[in-house]
Write a protein that binds this ligand. Structure first.
Ligand code: G6P
Length: 371
């Protein structure tokens, strides 16, 4: 009903706007004196220090949160991590042992593919942790421990606020694990926690770009295909941007790792092809900014229309982009929490411009409880 939407045109619009609180509520009570405090992990207390490998399993949007978790947790906790789609996991005959931690990520906590993967992991003797948004959900109950995301109920079929909350929860877990393993200095932990705590305020700023993106989406509403490029943590953001556009606007959309362009996808570029590019910060310690800017030049020379999501004040992108959507400054690992928002809004606004139901896209279900 209109009342449930709190004045918003759709649950999706409401949930996109709730992302600052979704992150803030997920962090709340879990950071004290520059340390992560997660009583949620009690069920894993004895085993956490002995874990030597992590496998993250999830479907859809949650799997992209998982990919981001891999970048951050490997960096901080120096532990090998692989990310698998839940429905592929069992069939690869995964190598699991009591020192493997299987982390499942699920908004609903009821996705059958993920539940079956968790059960498989338990039977194989692995330890299990779930990141879940729904109190008492089946996957949460099956797991040794659960870190709840406190995004609040998500009604729109396509996930938005649960995604940023999942990233926040994974990052908290990563910083905690780094402390357990002694792999990160107190200074670096403090800095990362500061970055994380500043995300809700920065999300408020990103939400202000809504009207501009709405114009852009209207203008692009007859697009037949849209590409998304990103690198490092920008890559899962590109994948999520493409998924949102498929789900909501029924437009063929594909995300690529920018470095992969020259190995094939660049053949798709023809005059007028819209390409969203998630540009790393010019301050990026891996110097990926220059590489992505050079990718932009390559596809621009072939006629691509460049829609860049770039850090505020990034002057290097301006001459080559048809449109720049600015995001506030953040540490490299934290940019995805901000960069994904314009892409969510774009998909929603484009679907709206096409007259589609953004809360209930065709053929999709909020929670897929069949395999
Ligand atoms: C469905 C939804 C997606 C969601 C995926 C995983 O396909 O349409 O938006 O990302 O399930 O859902 P979960 O509840 O496990 O996070």
């Amino acid at each position: 009903s209109a009342a449930e939407k709190g004045g918003w045109s759709s649950f999706m619009a409401k949930e996109i706007s709730e992302q600052p609180e979704a992150v803030a509520n997920t962090l709340r009570t879990r950071i004290h004196d520059d340390h992560v405090v997660l009583p949620d992990l009690a069920g894993l207390e004895d085993s956490l220090a002995g874990i030597d490998r992590i496998v993250i399993i999830a479907c859809g949007t949650a799997s992209y949160a998982g990919m981001l978790g891999k970048y951050a947790i490997e960096k901080w906790a120096r532990i090998p991590i692989e990310v698998q789609l839940s429905h592929e996991f069992r069939y690869s005959e995964p190598v699991l042992s009591p020192t493997t931690l299987v982390v499942s990520i699920s908004q609903s906590g009821e996705t059958m593919d993920t539940l079956m993967a968790v059960k498989y992991a338990i039977e194989a003797g692995a330890k299990t942790l779930s990141i879940c948004n729904t109190q008492g959900a089946t996957i949460a109950r099956e797991s040794d421990a659960v870190i709840y995301t406190h995004a609040g109920p998500e009604v729109a079929v396509a996930s938005t606020k649960a995604f940023v909350a999942q990233i926040a929860a994974l990052y908290l877990f990563g910083l905690h694990l780094a402390e357990v393993r002694g792999t990160l200095s107190a200074e670096a932990t403090k800095e990362a926690l500061g970055e994380l705590s500043s995300i809700p305020g920065k999300l408020e700023q990103v939400l202000l770009t809504k009207e501009r993106i709405q114009e852009l989406a209207k203008w692009m509403s007859d697009s037949r295909a849209v590409l998304f490029l990103g690198r490092h943590v920008g890559y899962p953001v590109a994948l999520e941007g493409a998924l949102k556009l498929k789900e909501l606007a029924y437009i063929h959309a594909e995300g690529f790792a920018a470095g992969e362009l020259k190995h094939g996808p660049i053949a798709l570029i023809e005059p007028g092809q819209p390409v969203f590019v998630v540009v790393p910060s010019p301050r990026d310690p891996n110097s990926l900014h220059a590489k992505v800017v050079s990718n932009i030049q390559e596809i621009r020379a072939r006629g691509a229309r460049i829609l860049a999501i770039a850090e505020q004040g990034d002057a290097a992108v301006l001459p080559f982009a048809d449109e720049v959507i600015p995001i506030p400054l953040a540490g490299a690992l934290f940019e995805p929490l901000l960069a994904v928002v314009p892409l969510q809004i774009f998909a929603m606004e484009l679907a709206t411009a096409k007259g589609l139901d953004v809360d209930q896209p065709r053929n999709l279900a909020k929670s897929v409880t069949v395999e």
